[in-house]
Design a protein around this ligand. Structure first.
Ligand SMILES: Cc1ncc(COP(=O)(O)O)c(C=O)c1O
Ligand SMILES: N[C@@H](CCOP(=O)(O)O)C(=O)O
Length: 531
């Protein structure tokens, strides 16, 4: 196979013009003293500091005794965990203010009584007892630490996520806190932009943003099982990333995971993840929408907890990526945030994270949201173009952005709400556009997935039409690690894709292993770089 021979060769590259990659220069974290907050925090590193200085006998002042692990240390501090009575419950999504329907998060419920979506509603009045400065200081104080569970980017915002869960029940891989990458060369050369950023949510435990939601969902399942609720296992339908995250977190907690995958429609790297993590993997002869339908029917019959984003718990974790972006900009709001969309939970999660920061006084406005879809699986785009008329699911066609090959997204109502309330836009990308965008980004030092290519294509279109300006601070959300999608890159760089020019392909040069031949090709290459 040509794709194999491409990668058997040993490509030699030399690019004297390439610049070093820069990290966020504005990312000066303010480790503000918690003691300067308007009131004492619910649980902070301050209590740890006090403890270690009083208990430790070591001259190095270790914060915990050598025979204590971080979970035990958290248990010792448990009394301060939620002494402000923060709480959350399920309510019907976008319900009429007069609705009194609600459910405890300890109930197993995914739909409202009328069959609509649910949302996790926090007791905002309790959270508002603390001002924006307080929350910023608290969240900033927890970054980069190993304190259980706040070392996680998700659980560093625990009061806004699952305030009532016992830290002891949390299943975490210290996910989140992902890199916000300044796309200096890509922004400047491709788009004339100086303030373009890529939020690398895929540089994560299982290689996608799903970890952010799955730590929350599996933690709640862990709690339910400790409460002796009838949860025998956790299940999902997946295009490859949800299944990987579910399997890893369940394996960490010793909970059975069951995953429904559309046969031959996910990458090998994604398929091997749940297999390696010991999940029960069903490969089904249908597409993702078919798998989703089946898992919904199965979880209605068996005591298997549903892990897809239909379950609003997931979005509580995913929304922390939005809070993190604000935090990484020292609580300045970017102008645009571009998110690739499939089942459409994530675009709402971003909206919710930004909206909570606004409502609780951490920032004063929302960014404009853009949801980007593959043209081969574009039900939201068509809905947007129809002026939000009647929503019609589509049959999703094959796309290199295989994780968003979804025609009947469960969170369509959430996505429409998020976009309408953020002056949002929906864009689409053809296969050639998304693969070219991905490959061009890679050529500036990234290694992104095709879904991020979809988001970059949307950016290119909005920049070319002048909707996004050259100095607009713009964040593209990268949703998965490029290493999960190497076959698409192999196909592209082998120029093996029918009807695609693969303009930015960079195949290796096969050369005889003698000095003269090597010198000849090197000279030709160097000349081509210096004309
Ligand atoms: C890599 C990747 N990007 C984007 C998405 C889209 O996220 P959502 O389904 O929340 O719209 C998914 C999953 O659907 C995904 O796995
Ligand atoms: N891309 C997803 C599709 C399912 O999305 P979910 O957020 O509803 O679980 C996947 O990786 O499975």
């Amino acid at each position: 196979m040509a794709a194999c021979s491409l990668f058997q060769a040993s490509p030699c590259s030399l690019n004297p013009k390439s610049k070093s990659l820069h990290q966020n220069p504005r990312n000066h974290r303010h480790y503000l003293s918690i003691r300067s907050c308007t009131s004492s925090p619910p649980s902070s590193d301050a209590s740890i500091t006090n403890h270690s200085s009083s208990k430790s006998t070591s001259p190095k002042h270790h914060r915990r005794p050598a025979d204590e692990n971080i979970r035990e240390e958290a248990r010792r501090h448990h009394t301060s965990d939620n002494n402000h009575g923060f709480s959350a419950k399920y309510v019907p999504f976008n319900a009429d203010p007069s609705s009194t329907e609600s459910y405890s998060l300890d109930e197993i419920v995914y739909r409202s009584s009328s069959g609509g979506l649910l949302d996790v509603q926090h007791d905002m009045e309790a959270l508002k007892k603390f001002d924006g400065e307080y929350w910023k200081s608290l969240f900033d104080s927890r970054i980069g630490k190993t304190t259980w569970p706040y070392g996680s980017g998700v659980w560093s915002k625990k009061e806004w996520v699952l305030p009532e869960i016992d830290s002891d029940h949390i299943v975490s891989a210290f996910e989140g806190n992902s890199n916000l990458f300044w796309a200096e060369r890509y922004g400047k050369q491709m788009l004339g932009m100086n303030d373009l950023w890529v939020k690398h949510c895929g540089i994560s435990h299982t290689g996608s943003f799903k970890d952010l939601g799955m730590t929350v969902l599996v933690s709640q399942v862990n709690r339910l099982r400790k409460l002796n609720r009838p949860v025998v296992g956790v299940g999902c339908a997946s295009t490859g990333d949800t299944s990987a995250a579910l399997s890893a977190y369940c394996a960490a907690a010793g909970i059975p995971a069951i995953v429904f995958l559309p046969a031959n429609r996910i990458s090998i790297a994604q398929l091997v993840q749940p297999i390696a993590n010991g999940a029960f993997v069903l490969s089904l002869d249908t597409d993702f929408d078919g798998c989703m339908q089946l898992i919904r029917e199965v979880t209605a019959e068996l005591p298997i907890y549903l892990a897809n984003s239909l379950n609003s718990l997931r979005l509580e974790g995913q929304k922390t990526a939005a809070i993190e972006i604000l935090q990484q900009f020292d609580w300045e709001v970017p102008d645009w945030v571009i998110v690739p969309g499939g089942n459409l939970g994530n675009i709402y999660a971003f909206y919710k994270g930004f909206q909570m920061c606004k409502e609780l006084g951490l920032v004063d406005r929302l960014p404009r949201l853009v949801c980007a879809q593959a043209a081969n699986a574009n039900p939201l785009y068509l809905h947007y173009k129809s002026g939000w008329g009647e929503f019609k699911p589509v049959k999703a066609n094959s796309t290199f952005a295989s994780a968003i090959q979804i025609g009947d997204p469960v969170s369509i109502d959430r996505a429409v709400f998020a976009l309408r309330n953020s002056n949002g836009i929906v864009e689409e990308a053809t296969e050639e556009e998304l693969m070219d965008a991905m490959s061009q980004a890679d050529l500036t030092g990234m290694f992104i997935c095709p879904h991020t290519g979809v988001a970059l294509s949307a950016l290119i279109k909005l920049r070319n039409s002048g909707i996004i300006g050259p100095t607009d601070r713009t964040v593209v959300v990268s949703t998965a690690h490029g290493l999960k999608f190497t076959q698409s890159k192999i196909d592209y760089h082998s120029k093996e894709i029918p009807d695609m020019a693969c303009r930015f392909a960079n195949p290796p040069t096969n050369v005889k292993a003698d000095f003269g031949s090597v010198m000849d090709v090197l000279k030709k290459y160097l000349l081509s770089k210096n004309h």
